[in-house]
Design a protein. Structure first.
Length: 183
C-alpha cells in the first residue's frame, strides 16, 4: 500500500471488510490526525482528544466486516467523533470549540502580536455565535467540508447547515473587527 498509486478510502474499506488488517491500519494512519483535530475541538484537552480518537477507531473497527462507505471517510467519522466526545464533555463543548478556533488562529500568526490581539477578538466573536453556527462555520472553514458533507455529518438538512453558516458569516461580517476576514 505504498507508492504513487495509493488506495482510496473505498478500497481500504473493502480491504478491511475482507479481513485485511493492513487496510484498516492504513485508514487509521490516513485519518488519525484529522480525527484528533476534530476531537480536540470538542474536548479541549490533548489526552481527552486522544481517548476520543481511540474510541472512535475502535467503534469503526467493530463495524467490519459489513461497513459500507457512502460518503467520504471523514464525513463518516465526524458524527462518531462528535458523539464520543459529546458523551463525555457536553457541558464544555461550547467553550472548547471557541478555544480550538482561537488556538489554531493564534498558531498561524504566532510571530505577529497584532494577530494575537485579533485572535482574542475572534475567540470572543466565535463565542457569541450559537453552538450550531460555530460548529458549521468551523467544519466549513477549518475542515473544508462541503455543505452536503456537513449536513450528512450532523444529520441535519442541507438547508439548515446553509442557514447556520449564513447566520455565522452575517454576524462576523457585521463586526468591524472581523469583517475583512469573512468578506
Amino acid at each position: 500500500m505504498t507508492g504513487h498509486n495509493r488506495p482510496t478510502d473505498v478500497e481500504l474499506v473493502a480491504g478491511a471488510n475482507a479481513g485485511d488488517a493492513q487496510a484498516f491500519d492504513a485508514l487509521y494512519d490516513r485519518h488519525r490526525t484529522w480525527a484528533y483535530r476534530v476531537a480536540f475541538r470538542f474536548t479541549g484537552e490533548a489526552s481527552d482528544a486522544l481517548d476520543v480518537v481511540q474510541e472512535t477507531f475502535l467503534y469503526v473497527l467493530q463495524q467490519f466486516p459489513g461497513l459500507e462507505l457512502r460518503s467520504r471517510f471523514t464525513t463518516y467519522l465526524y458524527p462518531i467523533i462528535r458523539s464520543v466526545a459529546m458523551d463525555g464533555h457536553r457541558r464544555l463543548a461550547r467553550e472548547q470549540l471557541a478555544r480550538e478556533a482561537a488556538t489554531e488562529h493564534h498558531r498561524a500568526h504566532e510571530e505577529d502580536e497584532a494577530h494575537t490581539a485579533r485572535s482574542d477578538e475572534l475567540e470572543h466573536l466565535l463565542d457569541a455565535l450559537s453552538a450550531g453556527q460555530r460548529e458549521v462555520l468551523l467544519m466549513r472553514v477549518i475542515d473544508s467540508m462541503t455543505m452536503s458533507e456537513i449536513a450528512t455529518a450532523l444529520s441535519i438538512p442541507e438547508g439548515t447547515a446553509k442557514s447556520r453558516l449564513h447566520g455565522a458569516l452575517t454576524r462576523l461580517r457585521a463586526d468591524p473587527r472581523t469583517s475583512d476576514l469573512f468578506a
